[in-house]
Structure formats: structure tokens, C-alpha cells
Design a protein around this ligand. Structure first.
Ligand SMILES: Nc1ncnc2c1ncn2[C@@H]1O[C@H](COP(=O)(O)OP(=O)(O)O)[C@@H](O)[C@H]1O
Ligand SMILES: [Mg+2]
Length: 281
């Protein structure tokens, strides 16, 4: 459903006019319902790749290559088409959930406005659906959360709200950019598990960006390893684990023990494979 070919991104320094190439001609594709992990250390170009898909690359940037979403070439689309695709087909779950919500409106408004048929839905029905969305992401006291302003909720709670909003719009493609990095470790595991479960329930495709190779392996069908704006290798988690082609990938894997909280010998639940999680519950 998504096919990226030879993606080049070059940004221009507004002061010097000097151009720097950030992405060097990357290609990958995503099947319907598939989750692809985009993994690499900080600065490797993961977020910039997502920004190119969203059409929100830095001002003045040069983008070349092809980004095709269900047959539509995004790089050749007009502003109007792109706006429509961004609103209907793509949903971004970013590192900081505060950015997704208007700080002066209660959560209720965020969820109701996100509903595609909000205008034809009665108020009571929209309320009930918003509450139902929250229950789906594991929030029990829906009344309190719906009435809360973003600053009154924890990051973990807010990220659940963002996931609920993303899922409710039934997008084609979820773009998750380090969606749990800003959360504490216990909450991280819960939020990743919820994201994973909801995505599968709704059969959505996802690009999951993270520096945590194990986490990506737990929730993705395939992994693309990035370094310095280049995709070094793409494979299933098993292929990457057992037959890593580069020293860089092996180093990312070796970083694993550092990723567990001190005192925890087990990986957090979200870092287990789906089968392991099932076996545990
Ligand atoms: N707004 C920007 N303008 C120009 N260059 C940027 C901007 N944001 C990030 N970069 C550069 O682009 C490269 C890739 O960054 P990014 O995609 O954010 O990395 P990652 O998400 O993998 O940590 C880095 O070298 C970074 O310095
Ligand atoms: Mg990033």
C-alpha cells in the first residue's frame, strides 16, 4: 500500500544557503496491514523519512524519488490532495502527545472533532463514542478523562487518547514516531501493547520509528535499519536477529540490556513477542 523509491531529502541552511543531503535515496515498501520498524540511532533520519511521507519536510527542502500511497504519488500531488490524504489516510503518533491536542480544549473535543462523521452525529452519540474509544485504549474513568484538559493528564494517559483518536479516524497508515520514548518505562510497555493490539484489531499498516531494536522486533513484521540517512538492511525480526548484515545492526542489538530498567531482568511486556505475551497472560 506504501511504496517508497529512491527517497532523497536535502535541506538548505537558511543563513548560508548551503544544501545538506539528509536522506540518500532510500527504498522500502509496506503491505496492507503490515508493520515496519524504522530503527536506528538518533539522527539517522527516521523522523525525516516520516516527515517526507506526511509532506511536512523543513521549508525549502528538496525531496526526490517516489512515495506512492495506494497508487497516488504523494510527491506529485497538489496541496489540496495532500491535505485530504493527510487528514483521511495518515495518522501521526508522535513522541510528545501534547503536540497532538489543543491545550485550551478538553479531551472530549479532540476525540469528537476527530470523528469523520462528527457533523451528522448527535451530541449524545458522539459523547458515547468518545467514551467507548477511551475504553478501547484501556481508560476506565472516561468521564474524568473526557472532561480533562491535556495538562491535567499524564503523558501515558494522553498518548492513549492520541492512539484512540488515531484509530477512530480509520486511517490507512499509522506513523508512530518514538511514541513511548517520553514515557516512563512501565507506561511505555502498556502504551506499546495498546498500540500494537489496536493496530492489529483494525488491520492498519504502520511505520514504527524507534531507536529500540528489540521493541521494534516485538511489534513489527519487518525491520529497516537506518544509519546516517541510509537504510542498511531490511528483514524480518528473525532475519535481522540471526543474520544481521552489518556491524551497526549487531551493535544496536547489543545495546539491549541497557534498554531494560535497572532491577528488571525481564524485558518489559511490550518487548516480548506476541506469542510470548499471549503465553504470559
Ligand atoms: N528541521 C531540520 N532542518 C534541518 N536538518 C534537520 C532538521 N531536523 C533534523 N535535521 C537533521 O536531519 C538528520 C536526521 O534527523 P532525524 O530524522 O530527526 O533523525 P532521527 O529521527 O533518526 O533521530 C539529522 O542529521 C538532523 O540533524
Ligand atoms: Mg526522530
Amino acid at each position: 500500500m506504501l511504496k517508497i523509491e529512491g527517497l532523497v531529502l536535502a535541506v538548505v541552511d537558511p543563513d548560508t544557503g548551503q544544501e545538506t543531503e539528509i536522506l540518500h535515496g532510500n527504498s522500502f515498501s509496506l503491505a496492507q496491514g503490515e508493520a515496519l520498524g524504522l530503527v536506528g540511532e538518533s539522527g539517522s533520519g527516521k523522523s525525516m523519512t516520516l516527515r517526507c511521507v506526511l509532506g511536512i519536510e523543513p521549508a525549502g527542502a528538496r525531496v526526490e524519488g517516489s512515495i506512492e500511497l495506494d497508487g497516488t504519488e504523494l510527491l506529485a500531488s497538489s496541496g489540496e490532495t495532500l491535505r485530504r490524504i493527510r487528514a483521511n489516510d495518515l495518522a501521526l503518533i508522535a513522541q510528545n502527545p501534547h503536540g497532538a491536542l489543543n491545550p485550551v480544549l478538553p479531551v472530549r473535543r479532540f476525540l469528537v472533532e476527530g470523528m469523520s462523521d462528527a457533523r451528522s452525529t448527535g451530541r449524545a452519540e458522539a459523547e458515547a463514542r468518545a467514551a467507548d474509544l477511551l475504553r478501547q485504549v484501556g481508560i476506565a474513568d472516561t468521564e474524568r478523562v473526557l472532561a480533562s484538559y491535556p495538562h491535567q493528564l499524564s503523558g501515558g494517559m494522553l498518548q492513549r487518547v492520541v492512539i484512540a483518536g488515531a484509530i477512530s479516524g480509520e486511517p490507512k497508515l499509522l506513523l508512530a514516531d518514538e511514541p513511548t520514548t517520553a514515557l516512563d518505562v512501565t507506561t511505555q510497555a502498556e502504551v506499546v501493547a495498546i498500540l500494537d493490539e489496536k493496530r492489529r484489531e483494525h488491520g492498519l499498516s504502520m511505520i514504527f520509528v524507534t531507536h529500540d531494536l528489540d521493541l521494534a522486533a516485538a511489534v513489527c513484521d519487518r525491520l529497516a535499519v537506518m544509519r546516517d540517512g541510509e537504510i542498511l538492511e531490511i528483514g524480518t525480526p528473525e532475519e535481522i536477529r540471526d543474520h544481521a548484515k552489518t556491524e551497526y545492526t549487531r551493535k544496536l542489538m547489543a545495546a539491549r540490556p541497557l534498554l531494560y530498567p535497572a532491577g528488571h531482568e525481564q524485558p518489559p511486556a511490550a518487548a516480548l513477542t506476541t506469542e510470548e505475551r499471549r503465553a504470559e497472560s
